[in-house]
Ligand binder design. Structure first.
Ligand code: ADP
Ligand code: MG
Length: 319
């Protein structure tokens, strides 16, 4: 009887990395200014995200892990087209509770007591407790009840490496927040509120940060490396759309390279962090469960904006 449910949950959470991403996005949606992420055993042992965001009010706590329960959509048919939050399906906490053991403690700053939710499969218990304002979500023993899924997981060290890259991308696109990633009790990545350049320093080191130019034009904001940085790799091109890191469509990478034109030797990619703003109705994050692939209504127009923002940055900072 549980099989269909487990399969559906497995589409939302197919590996520990998915849990990390969903919990981070919930914290960002809650307006947190501090996010602390803890991983143990490549995330199969434990994933925990602690935030200082808006929290979940006592009367909403029991719903948090219920499938399709979301506080982020108005109850009308086309609300999903106006979505401005990173989450909107109400499936992540539910899926985490199906695939593992979910523990959540949350308190809105204005509420006296906190709520504690424990959920595993369909078993959900809620009690009152005390806690600092914000939310801490812990997922333990992911896939322990799904041996087939467990067998196909990457080794812990590999998954932890990818998580570090993932968290790095969030840091690059949300540099104004406090971030901390701990892997098996060891600090992997820390960042204090700063700008995009500061985030490049936290993720790629100060040498790289010294070489970047600021981009600020027409709904596009971020940094790009000066063309003298010839060793950057294509996996260092980062884009977000309305705050969500995306898998960049090739058109956007190409637009960056075109912006450099002959300043860039062939086969070389600049370090790039670009936050792109589009009107909510111009993008659809609903095309993929992980929401990292977004459909842009006017991809050519966005690419043209990117190209021209890069050109402007290079022209105003002659090298
Ligand atoms: P979604 O993000 O799609 O709404 P989730 O399953 O990720 O669905 O979360 C369910 C609900 O739980 C959210 O709509 C939100 O109300 C609440 N929630 C989850 N995580 C947090 C958090 N870190 N801070 C505040 N509220 C949260
Ligand atoms: Mg969510």
């Amino acid at each position: 009887p549980h099989i269909a449910r487990l399969i559906a949950a497995g589409e939302v959470v197919s590996r520990p990395l998915d849990v990390v991403r969903e919990l981070i996005e919930n914290a960002l949606d809650a307006g947190a200014s501090r996010l602390e992420i803890e991983i143990e055993g490549g995330g199969l042992g434990l994933v925990r995200v602690r935030d200082n965001g808006a929290g979940i009010a006592a009367d909403g706590a029991a719903l948090a892990a219920v499938r399709h329960a979301t506080s982020k959509l108005e109850p009308d048919a086309d609300a999903v087209e106006r979505v401005t939050t990173l989450g909107f399906r109400g499936e992540a906490l539910w899926a985490a509770a199906q695939a593992g053991e979910l523990h959540l403690v949350s308190r809105p700053a204005a509420q006296v007591g906190a709520s504690e939710v424990q959920a595993q499969g369909e078993d959900v218990t809620v009690r009152r407790t005390s806690a600092p304002a914000g939310t801490t979500v812990t997922v333990r023993r992911l896939f322990a009840r799904l041996p087939a899924r467990l067998r196909t997981q990457a080794p812990a060290a590999a998954e932890a490496r990818e998580m570090t890259v993932l968290v790095g991308r969030y840091v690059l696109h949300h540099p104004g927040l406090h971030w901390r990633l701990t892997v098996d009790e060891e600090a992997r990545l820390t960042h204090a509120p700063s700008d995009h350049r500061g985030a490049v320093a936290s993720v790629y080191g100060p040498l790289n940060a010294n070489r970047v130019l600021r981009v600020q034009a027409d709904g596009i904001c971020g940094v790009i490396s000066g063309p003298e940085l010839t060793r950057a790799r294509r996996d260092r091109m980062h884009f977000s759309v309305n705050g969500r890191p995306i898998v960049a469509p090739p058109e956007l990478e190409k637009a960056v390279l075109e912006g450099y034109a002959e300043l860039l030797p062939a086969g070389v990619a600049p370090l790039t962090v670009l936050d792109i703003q589009v009107a909510p109705e111009d993008h659809n994050p609903n095309v993929h469960p992980a929401k990292q692939v977004v459909a842009l209504a006017d991809l050519a127009g966005v690419a043209a904006r990117v190209r021209s923002a890069v050109q402007t940055a290079l022209a105003t900072h002659p090298l």
